[in-house]
Structure formats: structure tokens, C-alpha cells
Design a protein around this ligand. Structure first.
Ligand code: PBG
Length: 328
């Protein structure tokens, strides 16, 4: 091994062509999953105040958005519902409505844009009047009963045509129960992307505004989402999910947890994704809007960071912008 002056690491950085030759990671449209918030009702688009540039879209508009995503070369979209409060209750009944907002959106997109992958969140929090991801008995989130409900909801979504179901609840054992239910229902090809390491994070704030659960949520989610201080535990979560039948795993939030992504990729080498969540979007856009940061540079740099950390792709609200910049 030689040292300076025989070694000068700046040599390979001197020109664009040589930087391209030594580049270790690439970012392309293939890495993007576009996260989209759905709403019911006649308004085609409703802006989310804390997420400048993000609108909730209704059933007509989701079809145009899916076409746009496909034309931009985005491989898949991920759908999240804003549910009218009048349909929310303690049992999350609306999660089992076969003609609910999400199943209808999945059917519409599938019919109009069959080429695009459709990912759906399997979660109860949009549907519960208390805003939690599980059913409650008093102050306690009931694991096993919640898991049964999640499996039923996953089957409804798979029946509608979802290609990937993504349980985001962090209940124990849910992946296995959902996988069994999918097998029994003959949905043997439906993939599971588990939110394997999902942290109890402050970065979900704007999302809870976007889907209208912020006002409803009583307490916090620390009895089921992971402690931000933990890292070994994330590997145990991922190991469980793989054993239970996950095809891919996700880490969430994204930027504060790049170390977790790297550990998972090194340990398990399975398809691994990050969710660049609403709070990450909001803080970046706030700085951009103030003229403090350059929009294109920081968005593409943040996405490259995920690739470098070991991600196979990123769920992001920036997907259509990034895909436009990555056209050629
Ligand atoms: C809950 C869910 C959350 C997000 C996706 N699914 C938030 C939460 O746990 O409260 C967050 C998405 C984002 O912040 O962009 N099932």
C-alpha cells in the first residue's frame, strides 16, 4: 500500500469522466416507489399544508397519477388513505370494507395501468377513531386480535389486485399470519414488504396530518414501534419477518436510520427498502422554500445516500420529481 505522494486520491476526481468511472453506486428511476395519499370525495386534489407540493388525490386523480408514474418510469406506487372521520370507529370496521377507498383505488389503477406495481399499507390507524395501529382494550393495544384483522384486510386488498402488501403496524407475528392467509386464499404470488424496523418517530408528524390521524391519536406508539435507541433489535425484527414469509423488508424513517439499513443488508442480503417519511420531506422542502438549500441537489443526494447504505429502493414523496431529473 502506498501513501502520499504516490497515492493522491484526488487523481480520480479530476474530471467528470473519471468520476463516472470510479462511481460505486447509481441512482435510477428503478429505485423509486412513489408514496401517494388518497382521499374520498369530489375534490380531485387537496393540498397537505405541512407537505408543500403533496396533494391528497381522489379516485379519478389516482388513475392519472398512476399513468404519470408509469410514463416517468417509476416501477411502483404505494397508497395511503385519508379516511373520512365518519367511517372511523374503535374496531376499524372500514378496513374490512371491500368497496372502501383503497380497494377501489387499487381496482381503478389495475384496470387503467396494469404495468405498474401497486403497494398497499396494511394498517388500522387510518380506520380507528383513536388513531392507533391496533385494537385497544382500555389503554392496551391487543396484539393477536389486531393481527387477525390485518390478515383479513390484506386479503381484501389482494383480492382488489394489490401486488405487494406492506404491514406497517409492528404487531408481533403479523407477517406469518398474513402469509398463511394469502396462501389459503390462493394469493400465492402476492409479495409482502414488511415494515420490519419501524421506529416510534417524530418524523411521521406531517403524515398524520395528511391522513387525518394527528387529531385523533391518543398517546403515542411506543408500545409497538421500535425505540430509536435500538439497533440489534432491528435485526431480530427482520429475522422474524423473513422466517414468517416477508419477501422484502423496509426501514422507517429513512435518513436518521441509514446505519440500520446497512446492518440489515450486510446480515441478510435480501431486498431492503427505506421509507423517506413525511417529516423528512417537510424539513427538506421547508429549507428549499426558504432558499436555504438547492432542491434538486439535496433530493438526489438524499436518495443516493439510501443506495450507498444498501437500499434496493426508496419509498418517497419525491419520486415524480426525482424520476423527471433522472430521465436520461
Ligand atoms: C401507520 C403509518 C405511518 C406512516 C405510514 N404508515 C405513521 C405512523 O406510524 O403513525 C408514515 C408515513 C410518513 O410519515 O410519511 N400505519
Amino acid at each position: 500500500m502506498s501513501t502520499y505522494p504516490h497515492t493522491r486520491l484526488r487523481r480520480t476526481r479530476q474530471a467528470d469522466w473519471s468520476r463516472r468511472l470510479v462511481r460505486e453506486n447509481t441512482l435510477s428511476r428503478d429505485d423509486l416507489i412513489w408514496t401517494i395519499v388518497l382521499s374520498d370525495g369530489p375534490a380531485k386534489r387537496t393540498p397537505v399544508p405541512s407537505m408543500p407540493g403533496v396533494d391528497r388525490v381522489n379516485l379519478d386523480e389516482i388513475v392519472s397519477e398512476a399513468k404519470r408514474a408509469h410514463n416517468l418510469g417509476i416501477p411502483a406506487i404505494a397508497l395511503f388513505p385519508h379516511i373520512n372521520p365518519k367511517y372511523k370507529d374503535a374496531k376499524a370496521s372500514e378496513a374490512l370494507n371491500v368497496t372502501g377507498l383503497v380497494p377501489e383505488a387499487v381496482r381503478a389503477v389495475k384496470a387503467a395501468v396494469p404495468e405498474i406495481g401497486i403497494i398497499v399499507d396494511v394498517a388500522l390507524d387510518p380506520y380507528t377513531d383513536h388513531g392507533h395501529d391496533g385494537l385497544m382494550e382500555g389503554e392496551t393495544i391487543i396484539n393477536d386480535h389486531t393481527v387477525e384483522l390485518l390478515a383479513e384486510s390484506a386479503i381484501i386488498l389482494a383480492d382488489a389486485g394489490a401486488d405487494i402488501v406492506a404491514p406497517s403496524d409492528m404487531m408481533d407475528g403479523r407477517v406469518g399470519v398474513i402469509r398463511d392467509a394469502l396462501e389459503t386464499a390462493n394469493h400465492t404470488d402476492v409479495m409482502i414488504m414488511s415494515y420490519a424496523a419501524k421506529y416510534a418517530s417524530g418524523f411521521y408528524g406531517p403524515y398524520r396530518d395528511a391522513i387525518g390521524t394527528a387529531a385523533a391519536l391518543k398517546g403515542d406508539k411506543r408500545t409497538y414501534q421500535m425505540d430509536p435507541a435500538n439497533s440489534h433489535e432491528a435485526l431480530r425484527e427482520v429475522e422474524q419477518d423473513i422466517l414468517e414469509g416477508s419477501d422484502m423488508v423496509m426501514v422507517k424513517p429513512g435518513m436518521p436510520y441509514l446505519d440500520i439499513i446497512r446492518r440489515i443488508k450486510n446480515e441478510f442480503a435480501l431486498p431492503t427498502y427505506a421509507f423517506q417519511v413525511s417529516g423528512e420531506y417537510a424539513m427538506m422542502m421547508a429549507a428549499v422554500q426558504n432558499g436555504w438549500l438547492d432542491e434538486q441537489r439535496i433530493i438526489l443526494e438524499s436518495l443516493m445516500g439510501f443506495k450507498r447504505a444498501g437500499c434496493d429502493g426508496v419509498l418517497t414523496y419525491f419520486a415524480p420529481k426525482a424520476a423527471t431529473w433522472l430521465q436520461d
